[in-house]
Design a protein around this ligand. Sequence first.
Ligand code: ZN
Length: 390
Amino acid sequence: MNLKVDQSTARAMNRRLILNLLRENGPLSRADIATTIGLSGATVGFAVGDLLTEGLVREGEPSSGATGRRPIPIEINYSGLLAVGLKLMVGSVECVLTDLSTTPLITRIIPLPDQSPETIVKVCAQAVADLLAEGGAPGARITGVGIAMPGIIEDGICRRSHRFNWTEVPLARMMADVVHVPVWVEDDTNAFALAQQLFRLGRHHKTIGALAIGAGISCAVVIDGQVHHGAHGGAGKLGHSTFHPEGLPCECGRRGCLQTLFSEPALLRRWQAATGAAATTTRHDMAEAARNGDSTAIGLLSEAGQAIGSILATFANIVDPEVIVVGGEAVAFGDLFFEPMRQAMLEGCLLPPPPITPDWIDNSWAQGAAALATRQVFNFEASAGAVRLS
Ligand SMILES: [Zn+2]
């Protein structure tokens, strides 16, 4: 094996070191970049010059008030590259066009007539074309398309998705064959974790848990800044931990999994059944009822928080994360849900438990998908994505 690092590899590593430093710290002068990374001023000068030419960084305004020659801050040009993120759900796909930091520029939700791979590729390809036609300024460059969906995903292939009833679907390749840009596919909670690690709360941590409670329950694992997939792409599937062996059937074919009782739709369904609330009520109605003292809603959220917290404590005892970031639709339930979870963690963790920190906006799923496409700019170990066979 040839371990020699050639010149182009060294340049690629230097530029990514610089981009990541700017991503984590914000604008810095060339001299500060050189000092922090430990490269010569000339090397940094060349690398920054290349990045300026490519439009990935730009020069900011020198700080006012300083005397003498004021250093010019270098910052990432987040609008220099666009990405498309697609989050597949049963019945619809959430689509975003984002900048390099996955900040949405355009968002839309498109219904899916069925959930066959062929239909989904067709709908998604049209969505990509429409988003780029509407939001892509002339000359705008796109880094690629990221697709997030619940399942066990390896190398762009959906090995198994119980929710979509797919087995061995080469989704990245199918999509790349029609959209003509690189395509990445990832489990939705792993994609959420990646966006957290790159651009949000996880930026300043090496080891995090990214708990997502929506239609399912998962806790993605980020270790040393990398999303951990496990040996078969199945890491983090917390929601399929058995809670009641004789319980309700789960989408995975087993019984009594945690998510059969405590996913967001399961909680809402149980609240509606117990109180007679209309089937059209939403999680927001249930959250409001809980805040107004509805004992059924409070009891359900407390039971869910304790149950998830106790399993999360085991997770924390194994992984030892610095923080657990929480996303997913169930974040709407607020502290009546999170406080019992924190209490269960306190009881179940060997060490003082990591903080449980909600960080969620409506577009977070699709932003995670877009992060699949923007990560390659920052991570030289990222896969190149599927591209169309010529
Ligand atoms: Zn299950």
